[in-house]
Design a protein around this ligand. Structure first.
Ligand code: KIV
Length: 277
């Protein structure tokens, strides 16, 4: 096993926010997968994944916790560093974990600085309108922000489980209002998790410049994200409806990742009839 990751010639220029916005405005779908370590970062980057999400899902996937709630900021800093060392050209988004931004904008700034200094290009935080002030405060200070609406896993205990959000009219209206508030506050990207496809599509329509990234939110978002271990079927157990097991079709990890990238780019994944709500 090689212990260091030697530099390899990469045909792709490093992605930045300007390029991601350009891709979005030109109708090119944006691909994102979660990533927690250097070797997978290198593989995902070389297979052409646009964005690597150092998600706090690492609490469940890597640490074996039953939710993302126990994940500490120090864990996120550690895994962000690992991913950044393996990556060359992908855009790296790192999660602010539970308890690292809820006290307010000053705490969020301190936590975001720690992630950015570990090499993240953008931080992600969960929550609706109450986070808009923080989003504004961070973006004004040069920290790109990805918001996260719909099913927000850090609030799993308040939400009563991993349930679809925005199903009724009132829930859909609230979600759309929060998305617009966050976009106006400066969020450049928005993860929308586990919502009816029509609601996610409306959010994108309401905010054309916002890069919406769906997970269990249909096909009409600007891009897609999945948990890497889910789409490679390493997680075991029953996969959520919105996940496709790309290992079934691919003979190798590289092949499975390549198929994910091309399926998102050509719009064949997700298939709303199979993976949508
Ligand atoms: O932490 C994570 O992996 C996430 C994705 C599920 C979007 O937030």
């Amino acid at each position: 096993m090689s212990s260091a990751i030697p530099p390899t010639a990469s045909p792709r220029k490093p992605l930045n926010l300007h390029r991601l916005r350009e891709m979005h405005s030109q109708g090119e779908k944006i691909t994102m997968l979660t990533c927690y370590d250097a070797s997978m970062a290198r593989a995902l980057d070389e297979c052409g994944v646009d964005c690597l999400l150092v998600g706090d899902s690492l609490g469940m996937v890597v640490q074996g916790e039953s939710s993302t709630v126990p994940v500490a900021l120090a864990d996120m800093v550690y895994h962000t560093r690992c991913v950044v060392r393996g990556n060359r050209t992908a855009w790296v988004v790192s999660d602010l974990p539970f308890g690292s931004y809820q006290e307010g904008r000053e705490q969020a700034l301190r936590s975001s600085v720690a992630l950015m200094q570990a090499g993240a290009h953008m931080v992600k935080l969960e929550g609706g309108g109450w986070t808009a002030e923080t989003v504004y405060f961070l973006t004004e200070r040069g920290i790109p922000v990805c918001a996260h609406l719909g099913l927000t896993p850090q609030s799993v205990h308040a939400l009563g489980g991993y349930r679809i959000q925005g199903r009724d009219q009132a829930g859909a209206d609230t979600l759309r209002r929060h998305a617009s508030e966050l976009a106006q506050a400066g969020a450049a990207m928005l993860v929308i998790e586990l919502t009816p496809s029509d609601v996610a599509a409306q959010v994108q329509q309401d905010n054309p410049g916002l890069i919406t990234i769906g997970i269990g939110a249909g096909q009409r978002t600007a891009g897609q994200v999945l948990v890497l271990q889910d789409m490679l079927n390493i997680t075991r157990g029953k996969l959520p409806r919105f996940v496709r097991n790309f290992m079934l079709e691919g003979g190798s990890i590289d092949d499975a990742i390549g198929r994910y990238v091309s399926s998102v780019k050509d719009g064949s994944f997700p298939d709303e009839a199979i993976h949508g709500y």
